[in-house]
Design a protein around this ligand. Structure first.
Ligand SMILES: [Zn+2]
Length: 452
């Protein structure tokens, strides 16, 4: 067995693993400082002519976002993923290409003025459309064969369609956890435990800590909604368009009898498109969500929930008085319609901005939760007078306890590679795992290769 860690090693983005010199697991975007990210994303160090297949665990761009670039660079083989992953990936890749094209157009205008050579986007919508023709859907629990490897997809419970992928060959078995979800999250079945494998490549995003319970999250939501109802103000929730937005809607639906009937607006065309995919894959829901659907109680479409599509409608919403709830993207306030709503709410002491997702360094979201007193939106300074609140318990990643339970459940496991985590999280997790796991644990460096 041979495995090379080309991305997602001692960091959370850019997942890219080369197995036995012929399988690529993931082809994610590296996200970080602009120039460094561009350098890494543009030049993946792989001989694409040797690759028989790309196996994709789920739609998130840090796992899927560099696929169109590999196609552009000459990869001609199949890309295997679940049907829901293919559908969500299509939306996210088109959205990413659109942003790349816009950014480059803006940058090229500046470069032209300076008489400098123009740049090309990482990939275009056309590259995305060509990539989509390479995707082939794979159901969970249906082993298939490539050469002498048998490949099986298992439920990962992280986002809709997410999978763990196992390869079994003459030299042994290896399981890629992908991103693992948590027990009891809205919509999704719990991550599958006890999958037999000798080698495990395990994500460790939250290897160093444990999340708040969902019951605490619900209590906090109720308090916040009561507050804006009393104040007749606005609750603004920046949220990722995939899974986080739908999870929030699900929780608000669940709390319907415990909160005042404040109108809820989902102002993100991407989130609305993803929601449509959720609605068409009821077969992937867990028992609770399926029961709601059977009782004609749609957790993604109820009384005072409204989806906003047009720009005009979004502007109308921006002028509307509270009490109201707005869920909008992007989740880290780096772009999208949330910025227009922020412009209005930041200066209003009665409004609340609620963060429910991870906020990376150097983002507007991070500055706000760090308590900065003045921030720039669309180039203009705004004093921060509104209330800023953060809820951590909605993460779609397994926490430390979940990861330990997961490892304990695997029979005959011999070796673990920890990936997809910051160094500190990985080291803490490795220490914890050592108390129950006696095999070898490695924390691969970027570019490191193992043969065994
Ligand atoms: Zn993910």
């Amino acid at each position: 067995m041979r495995i090379k860690f080309l991305g997602g090693a001692r960091t959370v983005t850019g997942s890219l693993f080369l197995y036995n010199n012929r399988f690529l697991i993931e082809a994610g975007l590296f996200q970080g400082h602009r120039e460094e990210a561009e350098q890494i994303n543009r030049n993946p160090p792989i001989d694409l002519s040797q690759i028989s297949a790309i196996l994709l665990t789920h739609a998130h761009l840090d796992h899927s976002g560099n696929i169109p670039n590999l196609i552009k660079k000459g990869y001609q083989g199949p890309i295997y993923a679940t049907q829901a992953t293919i559908e969500i990936t299509s939306l996210l890749l088109r959205d990413a290409a659109h942003i790349f094209e816009q950014d480059i157009a803006y940058l090229n205008k500046k470069l032209r003025k300076k008489g400098l050579p123009e740049k090309e986007p990482l990939y275009t919508i056309d590259d995305v459309e060509r990539s989509l023709q390479h995707f082939e859907p794979i159901p969970y629990h249906h082993p298939f064969q490539i050469g002498d490897e048998t490949i099986t997809f298992f439920d990962a419970g992280h986002i809709l369609g997410s999978a763990q992928i196992r390869l079994e060959g003459p030299k042994g078995s290896i399981l890629f956890s992908g991103d693992l979800g948590r027990r009891g999250m809205p919509f999704l079945r719990d991550p599958e435990l006890g999958i037999k494998t000798e080698v495990l490549v395990l994500e460790s995003t939250y290897g160093g800590r444990n999340h708040e319970e969902l019951t605490t999250v619900k209590e906090k939501l109720i308090q916040l909604i009561n507050k804006i109802n009393r104040r007749k103000s606005r609750l603004l929730i920046p949220a990722f368009a995939v899974e986080r937005t739908q999870d929030l809607i699900y929780l608000l639906h669940e709390l319907e009898d415990e909160i005042p009937p404040v109108p809820i607006y989902v102002d993100s065309p991407l989130a609305q498109n993803v929601t449509r995919i959720f609605k068409s894959h009821v077969e992937l829901y867990d028992r609770e969500a399926k029961e709601l659907i059977q009782n004609n109680d749609d957790p993604l479409g109820f009384g005072h929930l409204h989806y906003i599509r047009d720009v005009e409608e979004s502007k109308w919403l921006n002028d509307r008085e509270g009490p109201l709830i707005i869920i909008s993207a992007s989740g880290m306030c780096e772009g999208g319609r949330i910025l227009h709503h922020l412009k209005r709410s930041l200066t209003n002491p009665d409004d609340i901005v609620l963060f429910v997702g991870f906020q990376a360094r150097n983002t507007l979201g991070r500055r706000l939760i760090d308590g900065v007193k003045e921030v720039k939106v669309f180039g203009e300074e705004y004093p921060v007078r509104c209330e800023i609140v953060r809820i951590d318990g909605l993460s779609s990643h397994a926490d430390q306890n979940d990861l330990i339970t997961y490892v304990k459940s695997i029979p005959e496991l011999k070796r673990i590679f920890l990936i997809h985590g910051e160094e500190e999280e990985m080291e803490t997790l490795a220490e914890k795992l050592k108390s129950s796991f006696t095999g070898q644990i490695d924390l691969p460096q970027l570019g490191e290769e193992f043969q065994f």
